[in-house]
Each structure stands twice: as structure tokens, then as C-alpha cells.
Design a protein. Sequence first.
Length: 175
Amino acid sequence: MIRLRNLEVKDVPFMLEWMHDPQIQKCFQKNMLGMSQDDAEEFCRITAENQRNKENECSDIHYAIVEEQDEYLGTISLKNIDRVSASAEYAISTRICVQGRGVAQEATRLILQKGFNEMGLHRVYLNVLSDNTRAVRFYEKCGFVFEGEFREHIKLEGKLKSLKWFGMLKKEFLM
């Protein structure tokens, strides 16, 4: 059984585990390898403070994915929240030790439930590196619909990479 809660400073060592893992980072557009303990602690403090005080006004919400004993398993987010268009961008990252155990799928269900049912979102979208086939399969399994591809859209490690875009409408949310 997993749940979502605000990020806390005690989560930082576990966050840095995935942030500093080159295998995980090669799948991300943003390079987190240089994230320091202080940077991650500050991110947790600011995020929790913003969400406690004005969750309905935040443009980004980030949650810790935790198990029954409150151990941090990953981070899941709704970013770039557009309250006028009722849309938000989805993001997730989990520790290697929980991959393949259904944690990410359950956390996705919980954040989509919050987005669609509590926040009144109409659409949640994401983009993923086109060559990240594992993630593409995961998003499709969760019910996200392929919407298109931006070919050779970003440069990573000196190479142009394409992005696949996926979305889910509230009426498609079946989890």
C-alpha cells in the first residue's frame, strides 16, 4: 500500500539516490547529477511550504511516494498547472529498488485521481524521450494516449533527441 505526502527533508538521501544514478538520469531531459544535498533540501522545504499555504494556487505540486512505514520511494508531480485550461504536466521518478513492483502505477493513479477529481483538471499530459521505450510502455499501460512526436527537438549529450507526447483527458481516466 502506497500513499502520497508532501516532500520532507528526510527524503533527500533517497532523492539523491535517483538523482545521482547515471542510468536513471540518461532518461531525463534535466540533468540532476549536479544536485547537492543543500539544493535538494531547499527544494523540499520550498515545495512543502508552497503546497501547505496555497496548493490551489501553485503552478507545480510535488509529492513523495511512500510506503506504509513512510519510506520515500520516489517523487511524482503535476507541473505547469494551468487553471484556465484545466491542464497540467505529469512527471514521476522512482528509486531503482521499487521499479517493477507496481509502485509507479499506483502513484500515477493517485496523482491523476487528485488532479482530475480534486483539482478539477480536464487534461494531464507528459513528454518522454522517444527512445525511452520502457517509459513509453508504462505510460501507455497507465492509459495515456500518444498524441505526437517532436522530432529532433532537444539536444542531450551532443545529440538531437525526439520527444513523444502523451495525454489523458478526465473522461479517459479509468484507473
